[in-house]
Design a protein around this ligand. Structure first.
Ligand code: DQA
Length: 146
C-alpha cells in the first residue's frame, strides 16, 4: 500500500527557513523520517515537494488513481501557504476521494490570523499541526491504523 506525502511551497527551504518556527531539520531529513515510519508499517512511500499549486493538484490526481486501483493507504498534505488560499486543492481531494491528513509543522492557530483559515480542513480526514516535523511520522502511524 502506498502513502503519498506531499509538500507545498517553500518547504524545500526547511532547515534554513525561519528555524525558530519550523525547526532545523531539512526536507531530506523529513523524507528520511517518513521513509522510516513507512518501513515500520510495511508501507511504500511517495514523497514530493512542489512550489506550484498545479503540480500538487496533479500529485493528488495521481494518488486518486492509486486509490481507485486499491493501492492507496492515504495521503499526508502540507500545502504550506496554499492551505490558506487554494480552492483547487480541496476540489482535487474531494474529486478523487483520497483519504488525507492535513499537516502543519507549526501551530498555525498560534500565528497570524490569515493562517487560521484552511480550505483543506473540511475535506481532510484529520489534522495534525504544531508538533514539528514529528507530525509527519504521527500522520503515517495514523494512516497505518486506518
Ligand atoms: C505551514 C504553515 C503555513 O501557514 C505556512 O504558509 C507554511 C508552512 C506549516 O507547516 O506550519 O508554508 O504549512
Amino acid at each position: 500500500q502506498l502513502v503519498y506525502v506531499l509538500n507545498g511551497p517553500n518547504l524545500n527551504l526547511l532547515g534554513t527557513r525561519e528555524p525558530e518556527v519550523y525547526g532545523a531539520q531539512t526536507l531530506a531529513d523529513v523524507q528520511q523520517l517518513c521513509r522510516q515510519a513507512c518501513e515500520r508499517h510495511g508501507l511504500e512511500l511517495v514523497f514530493r515537494q512542489s512550489n506550484h499549486e498545479g503540480a500538487l493538484v496533479d500529485s493528488i490526481h495521481e494518488a486518486g488513481r492509486e486509490h481507485a486501483a486499491g493501492r492507496l493507504a492515504g495521503v499526508v498534505l502540507n500545502a504550506g501557504a496554499y492551505t490558506h488560499t487554494s480552492v483547487a486543492l480541496p476540489d482535487a481531494i474531494k474529486g478523487t476521494g483520497v483519504a488525507l491528513i492535513e499537516l502543519h509543522i507549526s501551530n498555525v492557530f498560534a500565528r497570524e490570523a490569515f493562517r487560521h483559515h484552511s480550505w483543506i480542513s473540511p475535506v481532510a480526514r484529520g489534522l495534525i499541526c504544531g508538533l514539528g516535523v514529528q507530525g509527519y511520522a504521527l500522520a503515517i502511524d495514523a494512516i497505518a491504523r486506518w
